[in-house]
Write a protein that binds this ligand. Structure first.
Ligand code: NA7
Length: 535
């Protein structure tokens, strides 16, 4: 990019994950001059940055791919839950097949943007000081664009190496024969721990809150089997849009409290054996709204999990008698042999509730119960999810107000996409949209299709400016909070609630239903895009 006015485009998409890539395709197909930039050297979004050992998706084939037949007809996966290498290859396939490469500039990081009311344009700055102007600015940053590394005293004195899972070295990193310490036991911590246990001289897992992980039941997939299953793909992709999580099925209609013990256990057992997140998204309807219903699921999970932990002394730390939070109110990650690794002689668990971290010293991590010697520290400590990717950039809207300021007391956005005071900006898969609760490609398609229609409508009517109305934004933001209050999500401290980050305002960060969201945005479109001021 040369930073001259010839860089002008109608729509600038930022981010080459599912949302950005799909939107680029849809906009170009509609005749809109769209371009895409991404800081990464290759497409894949989260699968570019999170290339740590064991990183893989928690949605089974074919849920985590785009529904366009030209993309899936001749694409074959190797595993039921593909890993980051395969996912990156898939993104290359998508860009090839949809001929997107000429419209993408990789290795270009957006650092900020300023709205110019006179020219009705966004002036976007990049890491190398270049400028790109665009009528529409469309950030598609994903939910995990800003890694969270907790402030630990003395980290700069550490003699070994440390990395956050979300910024893993692209060239790879061997853990063989090393003394590895992993801080954090979310999805990322579980995945790295399983790999580290197989090769590290010693692995210490530092756990603050036990993860309520579910068995993945990984499988190698054959091409023949996938060919047969492709007969059902259209139906599966249609169904995906009609569930609350963007998966193949939704929860069952019944309450866990309205059935007898045997019926309840039968459903639990069926979804447990099916594997993956099914025990979470295809369970009783009141699992995430009624504490007593939830407790049945927790007890089932605890007993199943304890049966796999050989050392009874670890039961209370890894699978406590009482739930640390209602089951499923923090994202339940998938595991393959996580509970078994703690039987290995080279693996130990440190419960940070009993031995909090005091700081880092050259030799390792100092806890209240002594030193954990290590030469590699893995921060699997999560992300400033949703809003962090947007607010870490200097985005200045109307009246020179920054987005970080506008969201100082919490995120507010109409339809989880447009912000009052920030004309012609629409972000996808971000805060107050279904992102986080939704399977990524499902939300990317629903939001991408809607935004394409919106921009085409503006263009067809000779309009060049949109802005979310303050009242519409207020109502949407309040509605997400109100729906959240009817669920058990506020009962956990989690990235869903924003409070995994010290000082971040507490609010349900995502809209908890794909189908509900989809219906509302369709209705907004059918009603002349109510809630927007168009000019
Ligand atoms: P998560 O799920 O946010 O997990 C982060 C983990 O790091 C979690 O166990 C945290 O404990 C722990 N953590 C965070 N800060 C600290 C400090 N200061 N000390 C000790 N432990 C800490 O992030 P992931 O990357 O694993 O997964 C993110 C999503 O990606 C996941 O939900 C899937 O959707 C895919 P806590 O639970 O807060 O006590």
């Amino acid at each position: 990019m040369n930073g001259t006015p010839s860089d002008d485009c109608e729509a600038l998409i930022v981010g080459a994950g599912f949302s950005g890539i799909y939107l680029l395709h849809r906009l170009r197909e509609a005749g809109i001059d769209a371009r895409l930039i991404d800081a990464a050297e290759a497409p894949g979004g989260i699968w570019y940055w999170n290339c740590y050992p064991g990183a893989r998706v928690d949605s089974q084939v074919p849920l985590y791919e785009l529904s366009l037949p030209e993309l899936w007809r001749d694409w074959t996966w190797r595993e039921r839950y593909p890993g980051w290498r395969e996912l990156r290859a898939y993104f290359r396939h998508v860009c090839d097949r949809l001929s997107l490469w000429p419209h993408m500039t990789m290795g270009t990081r957006m650092t900020g943007a300023a709205w110019e009311e006179g020219g009705r344009k966004w002036r976007v700055t990049t890491g190398s000081g270049e400028t790109i102007t665009a009528r529409y600015l469309l950030p598609c940053l994903g939910f995990a664009a800003k890694a969270h590394v907790p402030k630990l005293a003395g980290l700069e004195t550490f003699a070994g190496e440390w990395h956050h899972t979300g910024h893993w070295p692209q060239e790879g990193l061997s853990m063989a024969g090393r003394k590895v310490a992993i801080i954090g036991t979310g999805a990322s911590g579980v995945q790295v721990a399983q790999e580290a246990a197989a090769e590290a001289a010693h692995l210490t897992v530092l756990q603050r809150t036990p993860i309520l992980a579910l068995p993945m039941r990984q499988k190698v997939l054959t091409a023949e089997q996938q060919e047969r299953e492709k007969a059902d793909y259209e139906a599966i992709f249609d169904a995906r849009r009609l569930t609350s999580g963007g998966f193949d099925v939704g929860s069952v209609e019944a309450s866990a409290l309205a059935v007898d013990e045997e019926t309840r256990r039968n459903l639990f057992e069926r979804q447990w054996q099916a594997g993956g997140l099914r025990f979470w998204y295809a369970n009783f309807a009141d699992l995430l709204t009624d504490e007593r219903a939830n407790r049945h699921a927790y007890d089932f999970w605890r007993d199943k999990t304890r049966a796999r932990i050989a050392d009874p002394a670890l039961h209370e730390s890894l699978a406590p008698s009482e739930p640390p939070h209602p089951f499923g109110t923090k994202r339940p990650s998938l595991e393959q042999n996580y509970y078994e690794i703690f039987s290995q002689r080279n693996v130990s668990l440190v419960d940070l509730k009993q031995a909090p971290i005091e700081g880092i010293v050259p030799e390792g991590i100092l806890t209240a119960q002594g030193l954990i010697e290590c030469d590699l520290i893995v921060f699997a400590t999560g992300f400033d999810a949703g809003s962090g990717g947007l607010t870490q950039m200097e985005i200045r809207g109307r009246d020179d107000r920054s987005l970080a300021d506008a969201w100082g007391d919490g995120v507010a956005a109409y339809l989880g996409s447009a912000v009052h005071g920030f004309p012609n900006l629409a972000y996808l898969y971000g805060p107050l949209s279904p992102s986080g609760f939704s399977n990524g490609p499902t939300a990317a398609e629903i939001q991408g299709d809607w935004l394409r229609d919106f921009l085409v409508k503006l263009c067809d009517n000779g309009l060049t400016r949109f802005e979310a109305e303050a009242e519409a934004e207020r109502e949407w933001t309040a509605s997400v909070a109100a729906i959240g209050a009817m669920t058990l999500f506020p009962r956990a401290k989690s990235w869903y609630m924003g409070d995994n980050i010290p000082g971040k305002p507490r609010q349900l960060i995502n809209y908890p239903s794909v189908v509900g969201y989809s219906n509302i945005i369709s209705d907004v479109a059918a009603n002349g895009y109510r809630g927007f001021t168009l000019a």
